[in-house]
Design a protein around this ligand. Structure first.
Ligand code: NAD
Ligand code: DAU
Length: 335
């Protein structure tokens, strides 16, 4: 089985490839990634001499690049995306280029090449926010940020290819994912890295927004289960039992690090900030998947990973002009 994985130099894509190659000797991977600011080959160091992993730097928006990368591939797992909500509020163009047009290029090539199965990795954000209860897969999509709209568009487009072209495709909708090697714009690595530098942690609004947190390995195992057992044309939620308000998450991070809560700085809220994400994942559990990690242990291990690998994230937070410019632009008006 030769699988084209897009976005495999990203946080989840790299974890997925490493897990898959480790656990399934039948699989070889072609990893197509543009290496945007979020792509990082340091995540793939352990695969350097692995003959079952081939890396191609390229843009999924190019029909030619996609055509070549898909040559000889029997399956596709599509994770490549612009992924940060705050960036989509500053400039949405790249989100619609990659998340919609790039997805179209992949779906079109997958049909022409008669790929056996394509997985589109979507997100819980496509349902929008709800104060109570849990979204099921049949619920209407009601996304509210340019990021989540671009993902919902890719999600719907994928299912339209099943309907109109008979492509064997499935969709996963995963919750907020955490673990090692995550780009330090996302809240957990951002807050850990800032706390370790004794810098204030910019908590949006009242910090009462609720997120469902899933460890990256549990999310990847969910994607693989849908790849193997999901029914053509269906979507599957991937969530965990761990719901936390942002303020409580921040306090836990500070406690693990032994840092003072005075580092918390409440700042202007994210525009259109979704209050609560919550999913029912019974459908995936019926395929034999469940979360394996204990949240407390996984959070502690994750925080310790950033503590023990300062050079990894400091190469971004302290030395990347791109990161510094982004941070200034995104947070300047929030103080
Ligand atoms: P990430 O930002 O860490 O990685 C995205 C990767 O895609 C990067 O390596 C980047 O270089 C690559 N990429 C971007 N544009 C590209 C293009 N035009 N062509 C080729 N490659 C391109 O993201 P992540 O957190 O690993 O998320 C992976 C997928 O999972 C995304 O589709 C995201 O929407 C989805 N998802 C993420 C989460 C989460 O909490 N992180 C939760 C649910 C779903
Ligand atoms: O829910 C799945 C989604 O989770 C994925 O689809 C996205 O790709 C991923 O980026 C993530 O989106 P969020 O917006 O939920 O993640 P983020 O880490 O940006 O923020 C998590 C929560 O923390 C959110 O409620 C906003 C808050 N936050 C975030 C940042 C960066 C703050 O309070 N301060 C911050 O500086």
């Amino acid at each position: 089985m030769k699988v084209l994985v897009t976005g495999g130099a990203g946080f989840i894509g790299s974890a997925l490839i490493k897990l898959w190659l480790r656990e399934d000797p039948r699989v070889s991977v072609v990893n197509l990634d543009k290496l945007t600011y979020a792509g990082d080959l340091r995540r793939l160091e352990s695969l350097k001499n692995n003959p079952r992993h081939q890396f191609i730097q390229g843009d999924i928006c190019s029909a030619e690049v996609v055509e070549k990368a898909m040559e000889g591939c029997t399956h596709v797992v599509h994770l490549a995306a612009e992924t940060h909500v705050d960036r989509s509020l500053l400039d949405g163009k790249a989100f619609f280029d990659t998340n919609l047009y790039g997805t179209y290029q992949l779906l079109d090539a997958a049909c022409r090449k008669r790929v056996k199965r394509l997985v589109f990795v979507s997100t819980d954000e496509v349902y929008g926010s709800r104060e109570r209860g849990f979204f099921k897969e049949g619920d209407a999509l009601n996304p509210s940020s340019p990021y989540s709209v671009s993902k919902a568009a890719g999600d719907l487009l994928t299912r339209s290819y099943v309907h109109t072209h008979g492509l064997d495709a499935v969709v996963t909708r995963g919750a907020n994912t955490f673990g090692s090697h995550q780009y330090p714009e996302k809240v957990i690595p951002l807050f850990v890295s800032r706390a370790l530098s004794d810098q204030p942690l910019p908590l949006y609004g009242d910090g009462g927004q609720v997120r469902n947190w899933i460890h990256v390995e549990d999310h990847c195992r969910g994607i693989l289960r849908v790849f193997e057992k999901g029914k053509k044309g269906e979507a599957y939620n991937i969530s965990s039992p761990h719901y936390l308000k942002n303020l409580d998450l921040t306090r836990r991070i500070l406690k693990i690090l032994g840092k003072s809560e005075s580092l918390i700085q409440k700042v202007k809220d994210r525009a259109g900030h979704d209050r609560r994400y919550a999913l029912n994942s019974d459908k995936l559990q019926k395929l034999g998947w469940k979360t394996r990690s204990s949240f407390d242990q996984a959070l502690e291990e994750t925080v310790r990973w950033y503590q023990n690998n300062e050079s990894w994230w400091r190469a971004i937070t302290d030395r990347s002009e791109h990161f510094k410019n982004y941070y200034e632009k995104a947070y300047a008006g929030k103080q």
